[in-house]
Design a protein around this ligand. Structure first.
Ligand SMILES: O=P(O)(O)OC[C@@H](O)[C@@H](O)c1c[nH]c2ccccc12
Length: 476
């Protein structure tokens, strides 16, 4: 049986590795790395892999795999670093990297190379039979490892999971049948992967993950693995509360990963875009381009590197395509001034980005017909709930930073927005690498980007075009 052959080859591989680099050295390196990470995140591990699988209604683990025993070589061209970048932009929650050399043509260093270019977590996919490989996975920069119920007994599973947890690694515990699911549950797996492919004869049945899913209690993350090709399959997985789909071949073979994930996830219609912090004539030329043309363009009147004077704003807005609505961004400005500027610049929207109160919004409402947006800098769920009843036309959620009111380039925890019942605008460190995930997982009315579209403090044309291109593919 192929699985036995791969496992035997893996044992030999590990035996050789141990001679080249003794386990004690790898263990030390892993412990150092784990300790650094723990300290950096304030004393506890953050387990980014499992958190990423809880973000949206369907999360994708996109796989980097040159070959497989069932399909042989899948792609001749294998620019795996570019593929990893594309996966991240396409909206992958995590990336799975095959490192098994003999049957999947994997290489250990792929993990490190991918970790260098993406910020999303990486699953190191290999046939783990020895603690050595767990330490190694940590050193390579993985956030998670794969443990196979078909290869490991309960004692090994429990021991390997405990070691992984100690190192801050998550475990995707893979099962293919009822007996293996029970085994995964017996060792308290936090993430169970249900493989649709039978590793004994390579037959694939996507219904397998749906059938076995019912055996798994709430609170355990469920991942459907293998053979996933269509939007209908993803919809069925979603209906059965499966949190994530691990997809290899379908994505490796697709020319455009962003389009491929949109096909699978389904398009997100109706999303609006605001590009904030325009300050130069060149910026106006870019937004006027039909390929860009956001619904809203923001002009910052408050203290900021992107501040514009009233006369500059007037001049820039007069050159702007009439379809684009001008948003004036203010911080703790007095209401008369804002109402006057809305009239005279003119501005279609007043965005309050400071410590304005609900009373101020009401006063402003009396003075202007411009729409009023209130920016809320989110530190906790309470910040969101407090503004739920506001008379503002829309809320805009941004990251909190003590020393700045906005445009900080920081991303906040989007899960804090779950209880927001009204349409809102999402801001805070949005750029081409996280916009697809932001749109699909947070489902805002509009997305607002500023610093993520800049280079050296000014708007970058290429970044803006690329950003809009991704958004178009996500909206389809
Ligand atoms: O390429 P596919 O059919 O989308 O499958 C991906 C992944 O599930 C598959 O590579 C896999 C699932 N379990 C494994 C165990 C080892 C190696 C590989 C795998």
């Amino acid at each position: 049986m192929i699985l036995d052959t791969i496992v035997a080859a893996t044992r030999e591989r590990v035996a050789v590795l141990k001679k080249v680099k003794p386990i004690e050295a790898v263990r030390q390196a892993a412990l150092v790395r784990a300790e650094e990470e723990r300290t950096a995140s304030g004393g506890t591990f953050t387990f980014p892999f499992e958190r990423a699988l809880m973000e949206g209604s369907m999360n994708f683990i996109c796989e980097i795999k040159k070959a497989s025993p069932s399909k042989g070589v899948i792609v001749e061209e294998f620019p795996f670093v570019d593929i990893a970048k594309e996966y991240e932009e396409a909206g992958a929650a995590a990336i799975s990297v095959l490192t098994e050399p003999a049957y999947f043509m994997g290489v250990d260093s792929y993990v490190t190379d991918v970790a260098d270019v993406v910020t999303i977590p990486i699953l190191r996919k290999d046939f783990i039979v020895d603690e050595y490989q767990i330490y190694e996975s940590k050193v390579l920069g993985a956030s998670a490892i794969l443990l196979l119920c078909s290869v490991l007994d309960e004692e090994e599973l429990a021991r390997f999971m405990a070691l992984a947890t100690e190192l801050g690694l998550s475990c995707l515990v893979e099962a293919h049948n009822e007996e293996e699911v029970k085994k995964a549950l017996a060792v308290n797996a936090r993430i169970i992967g249900i493989n649709n492919r039978d590793l004994k004869d390579f037959s694939v049945d996507v219904g397998n993950s749906i059938r076995l899913r019912s055996l798994i209690p709430d609170g355990v993350i469920v991942v459907a693995e293998s053979g996933i090709k269509s939007a209908d399959e993803i919809e069925a997985l979603r209906e059965h509360q499966i949190h994530a789909a691990l997809i290899g071949e379908t994505l490796m073979r697709s020319e455009d990963k962003t389009k491929a994930l949109t096909e699978l996830f389904g398009p997100v219609r109706g999303l609006q875009v605001k590009i904030c912090g325009l300050s130069r004539t060149e910026d106006i030329t870019v937004v006027n381009n039909p390929a860009v043309r956001p619904t809203y363009a923001g002009f910052v009147f408050a203290e900021s590197p992107r501040r514009v004077s009233v006369s500059d704003a007037r001049n820039l807005i007069s050159q702007m395509a009439p379809q684009i609505q001008a948003v004036g961004v203010f911080v703790n400005e007095d209401v008369e001034t804002m109402a006057h500027l809305a009239e005279t610049v003119p501005l279609q929207v007043i965005q309050l980005h400071g410590d304005e109160t609900e009373d101020m919004i009401k006063q402003l409402r009396q003075l202007t017909t411009a729409r009023i947006w209130k920016a809320v800098r989110v530190q906790s769920e309470d910040d969101v709930l407090r503004w739920n009843e506001s008379v503002a036309d829309l809320l805009l959620f941004d990251a909190y930073k003590t020393d700045a009111y906005g445009g900080t380039g920081h991303v906040f925890d989007w899960k804090l927005l779950k209880k927001c019942t009204k349409p809102f605008i999402l801001a805070g460190g949005i750029h081409s690498k996280n916009v697809a995930r932001a749109i699909r997982n947070v489902k805002p009315y509009a997305i607002d980007a500023s610093s993520g579209l800049e280079t050296d403090g000014v708007k970058n044309k290429e970044k803006i075009f690329h950003f809009m291109d991704i958004i178009k593919k996500v909206r389809n």
